[in-house]
Ligand binder design. Structure first.
Ligand code: ADP
Ligand code: MG
Length: 589
């Protein structure tokens, strides 16, 4: 037949592979979890496809994953009889780095290389990006993938040593599904390379990383079994005779399922260890960090469902990208239905990962049906409230973890202040804000209100591009002089929610850069007449300034907000702030 085609990896993929091949990443064991995770996904997809497409001619009666180690040949094969891939898919999915966040990774890689890729930097990159299939190159000199897509007749072989090229080839007689053969690197425990052709090691790794996988993971093991002798006397007779005859045995090779396949979400919290939750989190999220928070929920009654949710520690690279997805997988009675189920979680909680298993949905439920489904809407409401209250509790009980959460996801979380008015109060309670009260500590709104001056009835804030820019603004001068606290809002989303009419504890939010701010307090009458006096004195000057600057400003007035600067620009009470203007312009409105 024809020669295999040689393809070059994209530049960034090559850099990544290079990182893998020479990896000092200490957790090289992770490659097995990644392969099993992919196999499990492929089985889920085939199961679902066969439900949706009655004409699909595949046998789904024994879906499973096989581990086949060969200590002599120093190879390990991880195989599944799942959905498989077409040739184009192999090139697109395996041959390129098709995952979102590639641009980010490329940037980080370039940066790391410029700095001579320190061990720590490489380790962090690998861990952050969650290198899936390519993690095999940490342990293998050569990786061969053979796959045939369900319903197609010809298979594909992909092979690479991770050196910049891969070959691709047709395979006429490939079994349906995917097998990945690793030609293992020599064992080098100092370099964290263990013997991945050893059954005991593999058993350990499966137990540790993949025990919960819902499909059987099988391995052929040698077993000593008694030889069956059909005409032997019955056991009770042997007992009666009092003789102990050594049973005849033989060695057979038998497929054994080495994972327990227990659905973690169906178990109570006390039955599951943190490590088990962590590995499950890594499987559903395709991430390599640890969950910051694990949330379990079991609902009984009319709508029966179970949920197991995680808040990650690190933000994924694609958190702010257009195609960033909601991370909840939907199951019906343990059967995988779909991933990234947008109907189960609002977009502003898209960083939450996990599964929902609903008891009363049809197995071939479609996205269209989901959108209308009352049960799904009820679950979404409940999960949303649960996540918000978990965040609030985290702040009270584990302030350091909360700070990690807020730094990673606060900007996304605050999108809810705009998009989810029903939960705005709870969201405001769970949120934190930078403030002039402290350089680096964040404040809650309740604490801000606790520090308000007597007579102050609004929450003052200023938006801008950075803390620096905001605190140095002339608008700040009078507030600083009078010791009045101002919230420092520098995230783009802040502008959106403050102008969406948010209120907290009966207090409105007031921008110190808009309209007239009354800072006089008690002595109002005296202040008013003094102001009138001054206005008269400067009427000519103000009139002249207004007409001279008429192209740029609509009015010039005396201000009590400045103590050092001679003048500042303010917006009308109801006008857009410069930040909002910029935001609208950027989005083409
Ligand atoms: P991820 O699993 O996070 O998408 P991977 O690098 O692990 O990233 O895999 C890339 C893609 O290759 C998968 O999304 C999947 O489409 C495809 N793939 C990998 N392994 C298999 C497999 N065993 N069967 C079918 N498709 C697979
Ligand atoms: Mg994967």
């Amino acid at each position: 037949s024809a020669q295999p085609e040689v393809h070059e990896f994209q530049a960034e993929t090559r850099q990544l592979l290079d990182l893998m091949v020479h990896s000092i990443y200490s957790n090289k064991d992770s490659f097995l979890r990644e392969l099993i995770s992919n196999a499990s996904d492929a089985l889920d997809k085939l199961r679902l496809e066969s439900l949706l497409d009655k004409d699909l001619d595949v046998d789904t009666s024994d879906l499973h994953i096989t581990l086949d180690p060969d200590p002599e040949a120093r190879t390990l094969v991880v195989a599944d009889n799942g959905i498989g891939m077409t040739r184009d898919e192999v090139v697109g999915l395996i041959g390129t780095l098709a995952r979102s966040g590639t641009a980010e990774l490329r940037r980080s890689l370039a940066e790391a290389r410029a700095n001579g890729v320190s061990d720590a930097a490489a380790e962090e990159l690998i861990g952050q990006f969650g290198i899936g299939f390519y993690s095999t190159f940490m342990v293998a000199e050569k990786v061969t993938l053979v796959t045939r897509k369900a319903g197609e007749s010809t298979g594909t072989r992909w092979e690479s040593t991770g050196d910049g090229t891969y070959t691709i080839d047709d395979v006429p007689d490939a079994p349906q599904g995917t097998s990945v053969t690793l030609a293992l690197k020599p064992v080098d425990t100092e370099d964290h390379l263990y013997d991945y052709s050893d059954q005991t090691k593999l058993r350990q790794l499966v137990k540790r990383y993949s025990d919960f996988i819902a499909w059987p993971i099988r391995m052929n093991v040698e077993k000593t079994v008694p030889v069956e002798t059909p005409d032997a006397p019955d056991a009770p007779d042997a007992d009666d005779s009092g003789e102990t005859k050594a049973p005849e045995t033989k060695t057979v090779v038998e497929a054994e399922t080495i994972n327990s396949m227990k659905a973690l979400w169906a178990k109570s919290r006390s039955e599951v260890t943190d490590e088990e939750y962590q590995e499950f989190y890594r499987h559903v999220s395709h991430a390599w960090d640890a969950p910051l928070e694990t949330i379990t929920l079991q609902a009984e009654g009319t709508f029966e469902y179970q949920a197991l949710l995680f808040i990650p520690t690190q933000p994924p690279f694609d958190l702010f990208m257009r195609d960033s997805k909601v991370g909840i997988h939907l199951y019906v009675k343990r059967v995988f239905i779909m991933d990234d189920c947008a109907e189960l979680m609002p977009e502003y909680l898209r960083f939450v990962k996990g599964v929902v298993d609903a008891a009363d949905l049809s197995l071939n439920v479609s996205r269209e049906i989901l959108q209308q489904d009352r049960q799904i809407r009820a679950i979404r409401r409940r999960l949303t409230k649960k996540v918000i209250s978990t965040v609030t509790e985290m702040r009270a009980g584990r302030p350091d973890d909360y700070r990690t959460f807020w730094d990673a996801f606060g900007r996304v979380f605050k999108e809810g202040l705009v998009n989810d008015p029903d939960n705005r109060d709870a969201l405001l309670k769970a949120s934190s804000f930078a403030t002039t009260h402290s350089e680096d500590e964040l404040t809650t709104l309740a604490d801000y209100i606790g520090r308000m001056k007597s007579g102050q009835d609004t929450i003052y804030y200023m938006t801008g591009e950075s803390r620096q820019q905001i605190v140095n603004s002339p608008h700040m001068e009078a507030f600083r002089a009078k010791g009045i606290e101002v919230l420092v809002l520098s995230d783009p989303v802040d502008e959106m929610w403050v102008s969406a009419g948010a209120e907290f504890d009966g207090k409105t939010f007031q921008s110190i850069a808009k309209g007239a701010v009354d800072l006089e307090g008690d002595d109002e009458d005296a202040a008013d007449s003094a102001k009138e006096e001054q206005n008269k004195t400067y009427a000519d000057l103000l009139g002249w300034l207004t007409s001279t600057l008429s192209d740029d400003v609509s009015e010039t007035r005396l201000s009590s907000r400045l103590t050092e600067s001679p003048a500042c620009l303010v917006g009308d009470t109801f006008s857009m702030s410069p930040q909002l203007e910029k935001l609208y312009r950027a989005s083409g409105q």
